[in-house]
Design a protein around this ligand. Structure first.
Ligand code: FES
Length: 89
């Protein structure tokens, strides 16, 4: 076999700005709220999660005042994400 097995993405990631606990952060478009929280580990509380496939329901939080599961939610531009205070990480 010759050549790389994976091709790089054709276009760079687009970034969107969201409100995370009242603070503006930039995340790549298409990234789940759970992944966004994990990549902003120093800026955000560590999320309590287990399965990342929508089964355990441990990653509940609020997006635009609606309770959702972080691993199954993909934020849009300007969305307000509010984490719970009791996340242990
Ligand atoms: S991590 Fe299990 S439902 Fe989100």
């Amino acid at each position: 076999m010759t050549g790389p097995r994976f091709r790089p993405l054709a276009a760079p990631a687009q970034w969107i700005s969201v409100q995370l606990n009242g603070e503006s952060v930039d995340v790549p478009r298409g990234m789940s709220v759970l992944a966004a929280l994990l990549t902003h580990g120093e800026d955000a509380p560590s999320p309590d999660w287990f399965c990342a496939i929508g089964q355990c329901q441990r990653c509940r939080l609020r997006v635009n005042d609606r309770e959702v599961m972080a691993c199954q939610t993909y934020p849009g531009k300007g969305d307000r994400i509010e984490t719970r205070d009791d996340w242990s990480g």
